[in-house]
Design a protein around this ligand. Structure first.
Ligand SMILES: O=C(CO)[C@H](O)[C@H](O)COP(=O)(O)O
Length: 255
C-alpha cells in the first residue's frame, strides 16, 4: 500500500516536471518568418554598437529583438548605457540588466536601433504604430547614427498605406483633427480595449489617413505647423540606414 502511494506520488511529480518542461521548450520554439527576419535585422544592427557607446533603444516588436541582443552583449562584458524610447522599453531593458540614462542627461546618442511601420527608398519613415514616436523622434534627433530595423514587408514604394500616427495634447484634439482634415488627412482617435489610447506622455493618438504621400517632407512640415500636435509619425531625414531581414539574410539600405 505504502509502496503504491510512493509510486503514485512520483508519477504525479514527474508529470508536473515534464509539463513544466514542455512549456519551457515551447517558449524556445523556432521563430516564425517575420520574427526571424526581425531577429536577423537586430543581430546585424547591433554590430554597429561600440564599447562605451550611448545607445538609443527603440520600441516595438522589432526593437524588442535589439534589446535582447544588447542585453546579451552586456552580459558578455560590453559597456554601454541605453536611452529608452518608452516606459515599456525602459522596464524591459532594466529587467535584462541594461543600465539606462534619461534623455535629459545626454548631449548626444551614438547609435539608436529602432523599428518602423513603413520606409521608402529615401529612408523616410512612418513610425508610431506603438504610440511611442514622440520619444522616438527626440532620441532620433539626438542620435549620430539612427538605424532602423524591419522585416521585409515594411518596405514600400510610397509611404501612406499605414496611417500617420499623430500625438495630440487632449485639449487640442478637435482643433487638430479639423486642421489635418484641411490638409486632406482623415483622422480617428486610437482606441485600446474600448478606451482612448493614452501615450506615455498622457496624450492621445490620432491615426490620420492622408492616402499615399507624394512628398513626405512637405507634409511633415505642414503638420509641424499645427499647434497642439506634440509629434507626428513622419520621420524625414532621420534614418542613416535601414536594415531589413529577408529570410535569413540582412539587407542594408543607405542613402
Ligand atoms: O514606431 C514604433 C513604435 O512607436 C515602432 O517602431 C513601429 O510601430 C514598428 O513596430 P513593430 O516593430 O512592432 O512592427
Amino acid at each position: 500500500m505504502i509502496a503504491g502511494l510512493f509510486i503514485l506520488f512520483n508519477f504525479i511529480a514527474l508529470n508536473r516536471i515534464t509539463h513544466h518542461l514542455s512549456f519551457t521548450i515551447l517558449d524556445k520554439e523556432p521563430l516564425n518568418t517575420k520574427d526571424l527576419e526581425k531577429q536577423v535585422a537586430a543581430r546585424e544592427a547591433v554590430k554597429y554598437i561600440r564599447d562605451n557607446d550611448i545607445v538609443g533603444l527603440g520600441t516595438g516588436s522589432t526593437a524588442y529583438y535589439t534589446i535582447i541582443e544588447v542585453a546579451e552583449l552586456v552580459k558578455n562584458g560590453l559597456k554601454i548605457k541605453g536611452v529608452p524610447t518608452s516606459e515599456h522599453t525602459a522596464s524591459l531593458a532594466t529587467s535584462l540588466g541594461i543600465e539606462l540614462l534619461d534623455m535629459n542627461a545626454v548631449e548626444y546618442i551614438d547609435v539608436t536601433i529602432d523599428g518602423a511601420d513603413e520606409f521608402d527608398e529615401n529612408l523616410n519613415l512612418i513610425k508610431g504604430g506603438g504610440g511611442a514616436h514622440f520619444r522616438e523622434k527626440i532620441v532620433a534627433s539626438l542620435t549620430k547614427k539612427e538605424i532602423i530595423i524591419a522585416d521585409a514587408a515594411k518596405k514600400v514604394d510610397q509611404l501612406g498605406k499605414f496611417k500617420v500616427p499623430v500625438e495630440i495634447v487632449p485639449l487640442a484634439l478637435n482643433y487638430v483633427v479639423r486642421a489635418m482634415a484641411k490638409l486632406g488627412g482623415q483622422g480617428a482617435v486610437r482606441m485600446k480595449d474600448g478606451k482612448q489610447f493614452i501615450t506615455d506622455n498622457h496624450n492621445l493618438i490620432v491615426d490620420a489617413d492622408f492616402g499615399l504621400i507624394g512628398d513626405p517632407a512637405a507634409l511633415s512640415e505642414k503638420l509641424n505647423q499645427i499647434e497642439g500636435i506634440l509629434a507626428h509619425g513622419l520621420f524625414v531625414n532621420l534614418a542613416a540606414m535601414v536594415i531589413v531581414g529577408q529570410g535569413t539574410e540582412a539587407v542594408t539600405y543607405t542613402k
